[in-house]
Design a protein around this ligand. Structure first.
Ligand code: NAD
Length: 483
């Protein structure tokens, strides 16, 4: 009977679901056969990532550009290739230290026992990645999982299908599918993937889908790391150098045409600085991209649907009286969907672009006359993934950093905390759960196993066993004095 039910359930599955089941069973068996890969095996796996990233570099760059309509080659080298290589090299450099068990102090009354935290590979790990950095956001968590000694299944986004095909080919060129495998497909495949009883699931994507993924994973009590989005503020203090702040914000917003999870989503600046801030951001943008329409260095919006959504934000704000500054001459009907940086000064707080994560090159600029006002503005929304603060007044800076909670912070620039692999990267509240990069990534995919090593000279533990009596009471009175 049970066999019949299992067979009929299996018959209802799609090819994609059966492929997920097959790969998962294969990796689970491989993990059972070799549950603790050696340091050398892990380094060999990191070397495979390094080799495939370099060998497929130009194929990745071409595929991403074809998927986007146009993606700057330089942006792909910086934000897909270099960051992946640096993550793998850093993991190789520190792996021996990360793998070391860490001794912890043992209290006096438990001596001469010793205690330590050992790092054990969690097992088979699932990674669901988004389209905006389709190579880096698939490979960077894989690096952490391989360093931790895990096996990896990756489900990339259906919005970048050419890149996913190259990614699968690249992975197959170096890895057996029992080590690392790529599963492609859309929402249904993603759902089935999230319901697979992985030993850990790392999801990168929107907050709305992240909540669904958490629910799917909860069916198996699969632990999750959720790398989500949000509205990341850029706060310009009155002590800031406007020119430097503006150039940094313009760059952070125009990289990948604003389709970056940690892009500055909106700017807060004192009211009497807003005109200068707007002019300086526009000037910085013009000098970086004098010819947005024609340059291959400015990235396209990924799809017509995303393009229409962004244009809708601008139209709504314009209709409701906000000042709009379009920087550049990009044509909305351009086949490559290039959208110029669009500054929106003082939009209504309930406009679409102030309610949702923008995820494109549109930048609201709003007044906040003091650190307190900026803090109130940030805290009125969900906890952001990133926060940028510009200025020289250290008291104002510390005040803002202490009174706002964001996933990460860069002071006097944008984006950089993400590339610093020795800093954990992740969100907080609605912008995410957990973190990875560097050692934090290694620990995310490791079971941090506490082990208590009893000493053969230990006497106290045996003396506390029944039958209880006056000796137990005496021993307990001593223990109570020293704990
Ligand atoms: P998305 O949430 O639409 O999709 C992400 C992935 O989830 C895709 O692979 C998709 O196929 C899959 N998916 C869709 N429905 C699913 C379901 N029901 N169950 C399981 N998987 C499902 O996100 P997106 O549009 O690809 O990416 C943009 C979002 O990602 C933005 O909100 C951005 O801020 C965020 N993001 C966050 C980070 C970060 O590191 N925190 C990085 C990049 C992007």
């Amino acid at each position: 009977m049970a066999g019949d039910t299992a067979r009929s359930l299996d018959a209802e599955k799609s090819d994609g679901e059966r492929e997920i089941d097959r790969l998962f069973a294969l990796q689970k068996q491989a993990y059972a056969d070799s549950p603790f890969p050696s340091y050398d095996q892990r380094v060999a796996n990191l070397d495979k990532i390094l080799r495939l990233t370099e060998a497929f570099e130009s194929r990745f760059i071409e595929a991403i550009s074809a998927d986007f309509g146009n993606r700057s080659k330089y942006e792909s080298v910086i934000a897909e290739i270099v960051v992946t290589l640096s993550g793998a090299r850093l993991a190789k450099k520190h792996l021996r230290k990360w793998m070391q068990p860490r001794g912890v102090a043992t209290p006096l009354h438990m001596l001469p026992a010793t205690s330590r935290i050992e790092r054990q590979p969690l097992g088979v790990v699932g990674i669901i990645s988004p389209w905006n950095y389709p190579v880096f956001l698939a490979l960077s968590p894989a690096i952490a999982a391989l360093a931790a000694g895990c096996r990896v299944m990756v489900k990339p986004s259906e919005l970048t299908p050419r890149t996913s095909d190259v990614l699968r080919e690249a992975i197959r060129s170096e890895f057996d599918e029992a080590e690392v495998a790529v599963v492609t497909g859309g929402v249904e495949t993603g759902q089935a993937f999230a319901e697979t009883p992985f030993d850990h699931l790392l999801f990168t994507g929107s907050t709305a889908i992240g909540m669904r993924v958490a629910q799917s994973a909860a069916k198996n009590l699969t632990p999750v790391t959720l790398e989500l989005g949000g509205k990341s503020p850029a706060i310009i203090d009155k002590s800031a150098d406007i020119g430097k702040a503006a150039a940094s914000i313009a760059y952070g917003k125009m990289l990948n045409a604003g389709q970056t999870c940690v892009a500055p989503d909106y700017v807060l600046a004192p009211a009497d600085m807003i005109e200068a801030v707007t002019e300086n951001i526009a000037g910085a943008a013009r000098s970086m991209f004098p010819e947005i329409d024609t340059t291959a260095d400015y990235t396209s919006i990924v799809s017509d649907r995303h393009f229409a959504r962004l244009k809708g934000f601008v139209e709504e704000a314009r209709d409701r009286g906000a000042k709009i500054v379009e920087v550049g001459s990009a044509n909305a009907l351009h086949p490559q969907r290039k959208l110029p940086l669009t500054l929106v000064v003082n939009p209504p707080r309930d406009a679409g672009l102030m309610r949702e994560e923008i995820f494109g090159p549109i930048l609201p600029i709003l007044a906040a006359n003091s650190a307190e006002a900026a803090i109130a503005e940030v805290n009125a929304g969900e906890r952001p993934l990133a926060l940028y603060w510009y200025g020289e007044d250290k008291d104002a800076r510390d005040h803002v950093l202490q009174k706002t909670v964001s996933g990460g912070v860069t002071v006097n620039d944008s984006l950089w905390h993400v590339a610093q692999e020795n800093l954990p990267f992740g969100g907080v509240g609605k912008s995410g759960l957990g973190a990875y990069h560097g050692q934090a990534g290694f620990e995310t995919f490791s079971h941090m196993k506490p082990v208590f090593y009893q000493s053969r000279f230990a006497k106290g533990a045996a003396m506390l066993r029944p039958p209880y009596g006056p000796k137990t009471a005496k021993l307990l009175s001593i223990v109570r004095k020293i704990i």
